[in-house]
Design a protein. Structure first.
Length: 462
């Protein structure tokens, strides 16, 4: 077979696979389309704005602007959490509406941002885009469980290792698989969008305004795909249903989280068929561990960036760090479903913290730039894997009527952790060794606390 024929054959297979992957008639196909376009559009926005925040000014001037940027990124969650959470919980249709509105708002604001790229108006416009982006992420996370229920998984995907009697149940491995697929798509979309946006940014006579204008078109196309989302209507209230409003698991630690009706046959339930009560404390403990992982990402991102700039490192080191982090994140999305068949989400979180602590100690001992590339890969892996595990725990354990509110509040906590982690190296100058030890110490304390807290919860629920 000639080279041209081989290329045509591979292209035909690729196109056929993409048609199946993004098929509008499949439960996840429309969501994949929307998520791909939303992620690419957000990447275009980030590329258009990044230059003025860091690389075009001195490191000292960059610190003040980065501090403002960090505070700006956490503010949207202050809006999303108290107001949009209850809207998401009201009915499933509101989730599609909010996804659509988030894309429309970003589409409109891309036009104004392209016009005001050198104006102070850019900051409130960028803030509103961040609010819309966070709204989309929360609505998407709340919608995933409904879509996952419409998928027929292979029997082997639904099997997971049985744990000894008395151990708390953990999340649904099917949800881990779905979350992993969506996260992997986001990683590929970000790489794809970033490459195109960077090309436009560096093209003479185009630059940031045209990056934003192309992003406008991407968001507009995303709006047209929202109507294809497969969202089942909310079940009407039946006679005998408990009309009492369920309590919020993020604020009521004494409530047993309701077990979804279609998951009452998990392998670790009692033999009499009754559902073992879920412990909200285990979800809150997992949230604390995930906050440390997210804070580590923020800390390492700005810690290594300022260190590389201060030591006049070659530009390719920035690229290596970013590439290693992206590879770690993509690898986590591919491997986490398989790891989930071997261990529970809580164990996965503890293992990730331990790995991060070990690499932090190794990095401090070796104390060079090369080991920081490996550390970036590990942090990207454990943070992405931990987030997939935590999403599965929330989606499986939290009452569907409260998932929008829960995701909004938990994401607020995680974003606060990311900002807190990023502020430390932005305000305090840390050498590489000290920064790595800080990461290691924080991770091992978090792992120990999570493990001891988990054992205490198990003893209480026995």
């Amino acid at each position: 077979m000639s080279l041209v024929a081989t290329i045509k054959d591979h292209l035909y297979r690729l196109v056929s696979w993409l048609k199946i992957y993004f098929d509008r008639n499949s439960p996840l196909g429309p969501m994949r389309r929307v998520h791909f376009l939303s992620t690419v559009g957000d990447t275009f926005t980030t590329v258009a704005l990044a230059g003025s925040l860091f690389f075009s000014i001195s490191p000292n001037a960059a610190r003040s602007k980065i501090t403002l940027y960090l505070l700006l990124t956490v503010a949207p969650f202050g809006i999303v959490a108290p107001f949009l959470g209850p809207i998401l919980d009201r009915n499933r249709g509101s989730r599609r509406f909010l996804i659509s509105m988030s894309l429309i708002v970003r589409c409109v604001l891309m036009f104004f941002m392209a016009r005001d790229i050198k104006s102070l108006l850019l900051f409130p416009e960028a803030f509103t885009v961040l609010v819309a982006s966070k709204t989309y992420l929360v609505a998407k996370a709340a919608l995933i469980p409904d879509l996952a229920k419409q998928i027929d998984f292979k029997p082997e995907v639904q099997k997971s290792r049985r744990w000894k009697s008395g151990q708390n149940q953990s999340g649904n491995p099917n949800l881990v698989a779905v979350n992993s697929g969506i996260s992997l798509l986001a990683a590929v979309s970000g790489f794809f969008g970033g490459a195109i946006a960077a090309g436009i940014l560096k093209t003479p006579h185009l630059g940031s305004p045209w990056v934003l204008r192309v992003g406008l078109v991407i968001f507009a196309f995303g709006v047209t795909q929202v109507r294809h989302l497969h969202i089942k209507p909310s079940r009407p209230r039946r006679e005998g249903d408990n009309p009492q409003k369920p309590s919020d698991p993020t604020t009521d630690p004494n409530r047993n989280l309701r077990l979804p009706d279609d998951q009452n046959s998990q392998s670790d339930e009692p033999s009499d068929g009754t559902a073992r009560p879920r412990s909200p404390q285990s979800v809150l403990l997992a949230a604390a561990a995930m906050s440390v992982l997210r804070g580590s990402v923020g800390f390492f991102t700005f810690f290594i960036a300022f260190n590389l700039r201060r030591t006049h490192a070659p530009a390719y080191y920035f690229a290596l760090i970013l590439a290693a982090s992206a590879v770690g994140s993509a690898t986590a999305t591919a491997l986490t479903p398989k790891i989930r068949r071997l261990m529970q989400e809580e164990i996965l979180l503890i293992t990730g913290l331990v790995f991060e602590a070990v690499l932090g100690v190794v990095g401090a001992a070796i104390n060079n730039r090369q080991i920081e590339v490996l550390l970036a890969l590990i942090i990207g892996f454990v943070a992405s894997s931990g987030k997939l595990a935590f999403d599965s725990l929330v989606q499986y354990n939290v009452d569907p009527l409260l998932q929008g509110r829960a995701f909004a509040r938990f994401e607020t906590r995680f974003q606060l952790s990311w900002v807190a982690g990023g502020l430390i190296p932005t305000i305090v100058v840390l050498p590489i060794g000290a920064g790595d030890l800080t990461l290691a110490f924080t991770a091992i304390v978090a792992a120990t606390s999570f493990a001891s807290g988990r054992n205490a919860v198990k003893n209480i629920t026995r």
